[in-house]
Design a protein around this ligand. Sequence first.
Ligand code: GLP
Length: 325
Amino acid sequence: MSSNTAESIIKAIKKDHKAIKQVLFVGCGASMADLYPAYYFTLRESKSLQTAIMTGNEFNFDAPKNVGQDTIVISASLGGTTPESVEATKHARELGATTIALSHNEGSPIVQAAEYTIVHGFDKNYAEKVEKMTLALKLAVEIVNQYEGYDYYEEAQTAFDGIYDLIEDQIKYVGPSAKKFAEQYKDEKTIYVMASGATQDVAYSTANFLFMEMQWIAAPNYNSGEYFHGPFELTVKDAPFLLYANDGKTRKMDMRALTFLQRFDAKYTLIDAKDFGLSSIAGPNVIDYFNPMLLTGVFRKYAEELAAARNHPLSKRRYMWKLEY
Ligand SMILES: N[C@@H]1[C@@H](O)[C@H](O)[C@@H](COP(=O)(O)O)O[C@@H]1O
């Protein structure tokens, strides 16, 4: 068990494992979603590594047959106690994989279960809310760079250096838009949520956790490319949508969805990385991977305003912390 930087952890792993074949990302709920940008990066940028992302118990009950010495399993858990994620970390070790856990809780079971750990912040500000996600991406960048070489490593470091300050800076200006969103959506029973590329699971996370878990608002969510292959049939006047737009390769997909929402006069809120100046810190070769952090950080303010307008705190639960399940 050691808490260290992404760079030093991968260096240490490489000493014992000259070659690896696979990187798996495992977690539950928001923590699984936080691993998505790292998974997306690995899938796009690695020339040889296999990669997949899965929920804790899918790994526990049905792990890929090829997990072994040449696999790195990166698990994440904010509280560090989610049983499925702790078990997955233990199971990965039993199967011979090298394990790295990300958690906010230093002494937690997941930290104890993993060989390498990174303890991240969460409470201090909006930027810290995305520290887990950012550090997971940092691990993925180190893996690809140290094992294969990554041409845009320095460009990525510049973006890592700038992302937290950009979030904190932009948060200062979103208050009025966040309040407007809260007023407009506070009585909705359903909100449809869309995003593309590395941001896909920000839609998943917003819908499943901020809306369904924390506000009890039904929230179907899908990739903005997939919107045109079924879900768009529900686009009618005033149907409530939230659309995340990336600055990067998949922006065209988000803009196509936006045009369709406008065409049928849906009620939509657009959370656009271009409005928050992502390109001021992230160069064109890495920008795709930093949309999720910025959009998650900024949208937190919208969720807080929604909770306030609905008089339904983000911490309110019907079952969690109350029942065995
Ligand atoms: N209801 C919560 C989710 O909100 C949370 O995302 C998940 C993972 O939590 P952790 O990140 O602590 O592992 O656990 C529970 O299921």
